[in-house]
Design a protein around this ligand. Structure first.
Ligand SMILES: Nc1ncnc2c1ncn2[C@@H]1O[C@H](COP(=O)(O)OP(=O)(O)OP(=O)(O)O)[C@@H](O)[C@H]1O
Length: 336
């Protein structure tokens, strides 16, 4: 029998408020008393248990796991990752990749390569913490060691968060309620303040602002992206973030990157955008499904990045004029 079954209800409910919330959510009424949880459950009418949708042993097991999870979240163990190591496998022809790449927390690695070369495949290998069991044969180490099976499979404790190009919401909630649910799951200290921060930060990243009551299904592509980036940076527990292209859809890419790096995350971005590719610390070059090289961003490239940013700002101004229905007739002055 589960150890939790012999705990008196008053001790249990005072020390572990999550158990009260869980029992409430099953539609069962529970009150503090000296009666042990197991006996209280046995005394409940069978039809109440039927309505709750879980059998008695399942309720006990779930409550026990909940207590362990809350304790783990409170002490923060297992949350951080100091490094991720990618060990090469083989390209599409089966030729071995000569690569072993270690990435530290706070580093951004971009992934570049022609269409169909295998950029998304590399992101997918990282996402599933591959152990030679994907078509590429690559392996991923976390803090220098093979991650345990639980870290690979347990969804609510995922090491890796992925922001893909097309995100659709399956719930019709307002932005505040949606992010609020995530804050609740993460058990952050002051959920309301955190939710407001995430929304403000998303609005900072996108040109088109939205309110906390806006339904998530009404958000534009750029607004959705901005919200997910802000959520990943401020609220997500995952220390590794994978981004499949931050397209130009109204997201301030520079600030988005700064935000993610500030959170001491390990960030991989598949991109051809020079503003992102040259802002990263290193970039992995993919060819024919394999890692063909790793380029460190050079000082000359960083200088060029500043010029490219100025050109980008000029282009943004032109876009803004177009948006406002103005003409683009005066000669464009490109910055030096
Ligand atoms: N090393 C490999 N061995 C076998 N198959 C591979 C390998 N790398 C990639 N592939 C396969 O090649 C196909 C194209 O790869 P992928 O979709 O990752 O390309 P991509 O660079 O992301 O393309 P795009 O830029 O068009 O999105 C996929 O089916 C992928 O599984």
């Amino acid at each position: 029998m589960s150890a939790i079954a012999s705990l008196p209800l008053d001790e249990l409910l005072i020390q572990h408020s999550c158990v009260r919330d869980f029992i409430d959510s099953l539609g069962l009424e529970i009150q503090e008393s000296a009666e042990p949880l197991g006996i209280w459950l046995d005394r409940l009418p069978d039809e109440d248990i039927l309505d709750a949708g879980m059998e008695r042993p399942q309720i006990l097991a779930h409550a026990e796991r909940l207590i362990q999870e809350v304790a783990r979240m409170e002490d923060g163990s297992g949350a951080g990752v100091a490094s991720l190591t990618l060990i090469g496998g083989r390209d599409k022809n089966g030729t071995p990749e000569q690569a072993r790449i270690s990435v530290r927390a706070g580093e951004v690695l971009c992934i570049v390569g022609p269409t169909g070369s295998g950029k998304s495949r590399l992101l997918a290998d990282i996402e599933c913490l591959a152990q030679g069991d994907t078509p590429t044969g690559r392996r991923i180490l976390i803090d220098g060691a093979v991650p345990d099976e639980e870290r690979r499979t347990v969804l609510d404790r995922k090491l890796v968060a992925q922001l893909s190009q097309n995100m659709n919401f399956v719930v019709d909630l307002g932005v505040r309620d949606f992010i609020g649910l995530h804050a609740q799951c993460r058990m952050v200290a002051e959920p309301e303040i955190m939710v407001e921060r995430v929304i403000a930060c998303a609005n900072d990243l996108t040109g088109e602002k939205f309110g906390p009551e806006t339904s998530v299904t009404q958000l534009s592509g750029g607004q959705t992206r901005a919200l997910m980036i802000a959520d990943a940076a401020l609220l997500s527990a995952s220390p590794v973030v994978l981004i499949d292209e931050i397209e130009n859809a109204g997201v301030d890419r520079r600030r988005a990157l700064e935000l993610l790096i500030g959170g001491e995350k390990i960030v991989f971005i598949s991109t051809h955008d020079p503003l992102l590719a040259l802002r990263g610390d290193r970039r992995i070059v993919i060819r024919n499904g394999g890692i063909a090289g790793i380029l460190e961003t050079s000082p000359e490239e960083r200088e060029n990045l500043e010029r490219i940013e100025r050109v980008d700002a000029t282009l943004m101004e032109i876009r803004e004029r177009l948006r406002r229905g103005l003409r683009i007739e005066s000669p464009v002055r490109w910055p030096q």
